[in-house]
Design a protein around this ligand. Structure first.
Ligand code: HSE
Length: 453
């Protein structure tokens, strides 16, 4: 049924038969179903825009019997991925199974067989990207991964193409919908973390094991990919400082409000000469900052380019159709190149694989930022002076102080914000303060970002 010959014009080579680009998809879960649905619903539109037909020849999945939200004829399905990877007709392999193995082996085999690849697999690219891109480069094929970061948001294209003439001065992003959903609910409905997490799990907004999302691991995978696009270099994800949201308490959300902040799990990257500062942690940001108003499970990116100035992208970071939209855009990019007999006009990352090198990150103890501290201290004369004395000795300048709230086990919250201080000094000061007998609990530290937003 796809054999129709349509006359079309291709470059200046005159009229010829409309091309058919053959796709094979590995993984038929939520995103895979979205891709099939999108191809069905918008097939005609895509065909007109592309000037070619996208033909999904085969779908591989271990489970080919469970009915999907988007049913497909049984003959389209196989449990054997080799039927796609080794199929001489297949031009583009779409990997949507996720995880490390066998996704890695399937992608490497497809690339080695000269097939272009589209994937949404951030964990794989963040961990094995160097190997995957090297194999793609060696076989002169393309690999695209728009859906791996920010779901539907065109952040990969923005960093690699739209902002290609800019130094990326700063990159600040909410890249995990689950954490953002939980923090938004905690803030707006004044419910503690555990309660909101359970609700989120019941509604399908959080996984049964939410560790990857709430501890910032998913964000780290996405930031590692974004860094390689923004700075044209590779980064080892284990070198990126990472802190999740499981320690955020209602008390700190309330104090944040008093200081005019909201707390968001941010991925932050700043250009520092030849070095890059990159970190992931709950961050207090001004309530009127655009990122502070990105709520529920939405993602957003606030980028400042050296010439562009601020650029803000907002949208769904996950979900069946939003993610499928990004996958289809990658397929069409590759298909457009194929129709013109070119591939890889744009490098996989922001530099060619032959010149890309490792990113040099600023060691985390050397970063300088503003801080929020919550001390749980005895409510008696001299306590504040002991605390502020240590902060002063460590060159940490206090910007504001509040003592407020009810005594709990003989301690009251004393809350401070600071001017810019060095992380190493802050850690040492807090270690000394926490040893004071008037301080009853480990001090809470939350970093503040209010300059570039
Ligand atoms: N688990 C991710 C999130 C979605 O919560 O944003 C997929 O990247």
């Amino acid at each position: 049924m796809y054999a129709t010959i349509i006359k079309t014009r291709k470059l200046n080579l005159g009229y010829q038969a409309m091309k058919k680009i053959t796709l094979g998809m590995i993984g038929f879960g939520t995103i895979g179903s979205g891709v099939v649905k999108l191809l069905r619903e918008n097939g005609g539109l895509i065909e007109r825009r592309l000037g070619a037909r996208l033909f999904l020849k085969r779908i591989a999945d271990l489970d080919i019997t469970t009915p999907r939200v988007v049913p497909v004829p049984p003959e389209l399905m196989t449990t054997d991925a080799a039927q796609i990877i080794d199929d001489p007709d297949t031009d583009i392999v779409i990997e949507l199974m996720g995880g490390y193995e066998p996704a890695r082996s399937f992608i490497l085999a497809a690339l080695a067989n000269g097939k272009h690849v589209v994937t949404a697999n951030k964990a794989l690219l963040a961990t094995y990207g160097n190997e995957v891109f090297m194999v793609a480069d060696r076989h002169d094929v393309d690999i695209r991964f728009e859906a791996s970061v920010g779901g539907t948001i065109p952040i990969v294209k923005t960093l690699k193409e739209s902002l290609v003439g800019n130094q990326i001065d700063s990159f600040m992003a909410i890249m995990n919908g689950t954490s953002n959903y939980i923090l938004s609910k905690m803030t707006d409905e004044e419910k503690p973390f555990d309660v909101v997490l359970k609700e989120a799990q019941a509604l399908g907004f959080a996984e049964a094991d939410p560790t990857f999302d709430i501890e910032g691991i998913d964000t780290a995978h996405k930031l590692a990919i974004a860094l390689s696009l923004a700075y044209g270099k590779r980064v080892d994800i284990d070198e990126i400082y990472r802190e999740g949201i499981s320690g955020i308490s209602m008390q700190d959300l309330e104090f944040a409000k008093e200081f005019g902040y909201r707390i968001k799990l941010l991925a932050l990257a700043f250009s520092r000469g030849d070095l890059v500062e990159a970190r992931i942690h709950p961050t207090m940001i001004p309530v009127d900052a655009m990122l502070a108003n990105v709520n529920s499970n939405f993602n957003a990116f606030h980028i400042i380019g050296s010439s562009s100035g601020p650029v803000f992208l907002y949208g769904q970071g996950a979900g069946m159709m939003p993610t499928a939209s990004a996958v289809i855009s990658d397929i069409i990019d590759i298909a457009r190149g194929m129709l013109h007999g070119v591939s890889r006009l744009v490098p996989y990352r922001s530099l060619g694989e032959d010149i890309i090198d490792d990113i040099r990150l600023i060691p985390f103890p050397e970063i300088r930022t503003n801080y929020y501290f919550r001390f749980m201290a005895a409510d008696k004369a001299g306590v504040l002076s002991k605390i502020s004395g240590i902060l002063g000795e460590m060159n940490i300048s206090i910007a504001s102080v509040i003592q407020k709230g009810r005594k709990k086990d003989g301690a009251v919250p004393v809350v401070m914000t600071t001017h810019k201080a060095r992380e190493r000094d802050v850690r040492e000061a807090l270690a000394r303060i926490d040893r004071l007998d008037v301080v009853h609990e480990p001090t809470v530290l939350i970093r503040i970002e209010d300059e570039r937003l």
